[in-house]
Design a protein around this ligand. Sequence first.
Ligand code: PLP
Length: 395
Amino acid sequence: MDHKNAQFATKAVHAGQHGDPVTGALLSPMFMTSTYVWTPEKMERYQNGDKEGIFTYGRSRNPTQNELQDKIAALYDAPACLVTASGMAAISLAILSFVHPGDHIISCKTIYGGTFGLFSKIFKEMKIEVTFLQNLSEESLNKALRPNTKLIYGESMYNPTLEIADLRLIAGWAKAKGIKSMIDNTFCSPYLLNPFDFGIDVVVESDTKYINGHGDLIAGSICGPFAFVDNVRGSIYQELGPVPSPFSCWLILRGLKTLHLRMKAQCENAMAVAQWLEGHSKIEKVIYPGLESHPQHELATGIFGGRGYGAMVSFVVEGGLEGAQNLINHLKLAKYAVSLGDLDTMVQQPATQTHGKMSREERMSMGIDDGMVRLSIGAEDARDIIADLEQGLNA
Ligand code: PLP
């Protein structure tokens, strides 16, 4: 079956899966090998430029990695995908493949802390300048634009304030100015949102999160036009060497088969938790795109197409830093850990963890209150997650 026209769930289960013609195995074997044996015929084909299906060395490509790339590309309806050893590797490789010293980037201000560090420290040392914009508008973008601007970068859903990026504005503006747009889609995954539908050029993602979903590996991916992805591979990927293990690729292939089921369940749980929190007297504010109180609720309903509103819930508990810490310390089911997108519910405190290096003023200006708590809602029963929060708030 041609998976190109199949529905999302069918692609999640079948796309990229070739099985094994030798044994007839339904599922593809994992190719745990670092190198591949040459034959005179293979060498002749290779030297003639016919590289289709030819594997040489594990740092350049691996059959298991290829299958995963085909599956992720299918889920995004993207021409090409390259899988990397981490989400940070995907972000840095995708950018450094075409942004060079002397170039300029415009970035949304609310981005993942690791990416903020990459932009504000490493890129600064490399003489790549980044302008961070708190509020994106045509006016602010025009003001930030320079002759050497090469890229506009952002995340589809902001962390931890759960604002939804205006992808139409970003893509339309970038196209009009002839610069590239790149979106980190980690918080949404292709199940909820496909940035290519809005005209975004390149999508990067931490596959560590929803894409794999089981919390047992680190990986990332870059999706985009064939020429772009091929250039990443040819210009920088093999030289810097952040290839994922075939084992990680195999596990992600397995994890992706249930992306639609996991995310549906986790989004439903998140909605139930958000609604419950909204009615609790010790909670000052709940931030969840599925609530009518979220300023972008209508936008979220439109762009997520009824599939849910994500599985991240942020809220502000009374008592500031101490109140949030006290709640987190008393939670039993929700684990105090800095990741997201797993089957296990996890909790963290942005003011002391992901955004702990910022000044209080800077944090507050981004809408990150002292008492903010961020939940990554898992696939447990929502009643148990709520019972855990209730006992934590009562403690
Ligand atoms: N992008 C976002 C939005 C993230 O939350 C993270 C990690 O938490 C990353 C990128 C980095 O991904 P990784 O940890 O796989 O390198």
